[in-house]
Design a protein around this ligand. Sequence first.
Ligand code: CMC
Length: 442
Amino acid sequence: MAEETLTITDNRTGRRYEVPIRDGAIAATELQKITADGPGSGLLSYDPAFLNTASCRSAITFIDGERSILRYRGYPVEELAERSTFLEVAYLLIHGELPDRGQHRDWVDAITHHTLLHENIKKLIDGFHHDAHPMGILVGTVGALSTFYPDAKDIFNSESRRLQILRLIAKMPTLAAFAARHAVGKPYAYPDNDLSYAGNFLNMMWKATELKYEPHPVLERALDVLLILHADHEQNCSTNVMRAVGSSHADPFSATAAAAAALYGPLHGGANEQVLRMLKEIGSVSRVPEYVQRVRSGQIRLMGFGHRVYKNYDPRAQIIKKVADDVLAVTGRSPLLDIALELERVALADDYFVKHRLYPNVDFYSGIIYAAIGFPVEMFPVLFAIGRTPGWLAQWQEGLLDPEQKIARPRQVYTGPAERHLPGVRAPTLTLPQRGRENLRK
Ligand code: CMC
């Protein structure tokens, strides 16, 4: 069998190096051994935006972007979306296995009993301006929870970690619903422990004066499936932030606030909001070709299209399309769906999209469902954050317990000025090692 190594010849020095290959990767630190100018001049790998750099070993989520495969802990997402609930999937992501009957009962019970917020959080939300974006409120309040639970700093205590994980999964929907109701000036609706995770969220969003809110079973299930589809997606932008903040041993509330902030951007979790705005801007099926032309000419991006990893159809988008049919059968057909379907049809036949291998991603159809259920567009990224929370936490915990991990601290290729001095200051004489890589490269 061929050896699992890579031989590198440094043409600057003529020296040859043997680098071990493990699991299809070479350790970037091996490159440090390749030096041309003495100490401190070891080769770096340069990879802005991590296009081809694995930052961790992970046993949580598998993606094959060429073959449209997404699996959580080995289970195809299609099977989980069909047969599981969001809380089962959350358990799976965190623990590595699906719960048995007793574990499931205890897990659901524990999450249900952690949904309440400290009353002071309500005061905090009251302090936001009436038109504050709910994602901004979520980022602020989930970070603030860290001050309510100082025990969360005990990150190497497994019992403490379990408690914070329960709190975070339980309280995210409450924070989200309170943020939404703040915007419309409605009194906050408290959690109802009789309802499912998704059903309770609908209750906290829309309960009015009725004694008991009864979620529509189709909408409740649709929301649960959407949360499953968003639950994890290996090393995406926000998860990378979660791990990076966690690597400094910050508490999980602070790390989740940072991850949610990363998710907020329109290139990531904010894309679903942009898709709906885009569909409204297009306005009618007849204007689709003109819009696609603007994308082709580079004026705009087609939101909800394209992915760093998927170079084929995003498997989540396939499932969401089916869920959209179920939801719209209840709520009535949306003209936005017709525009989206036409946009997809035109784009997939267009050579720009074919050449760039751009397909609909998870955000393309999710907004149509959210809008049909009645969520305001500003809530779309918030819904993404609720779904992604178990994934963030599973990844945070995995990173924390991984003996190969340290504080995340990338290197850089310095491109600024070489050493210089203020007028009148004489240059100190530095020895070669002190001057380091910067001057050696000049
Ligand atoms: N519309 C038009 N052109 C696009 C698009 C798009 N949506 N996405 C990528 N391209 C083009 C881009 O212009 C570039 O072309 P060229 O090589 O000719 O300059 C090429 O495709 C590669 O693009 P990139 O920006 O280098 O690709 P990336 O892997 O860095 O970006 C992305 C991935 C998701 C940020 C990007 O596809 C995008 O901006 N999509 C729209 C926003 C969106 O839908 N985001 C949600 C992603 S899925 C949910 C999530 O995980 O957050």
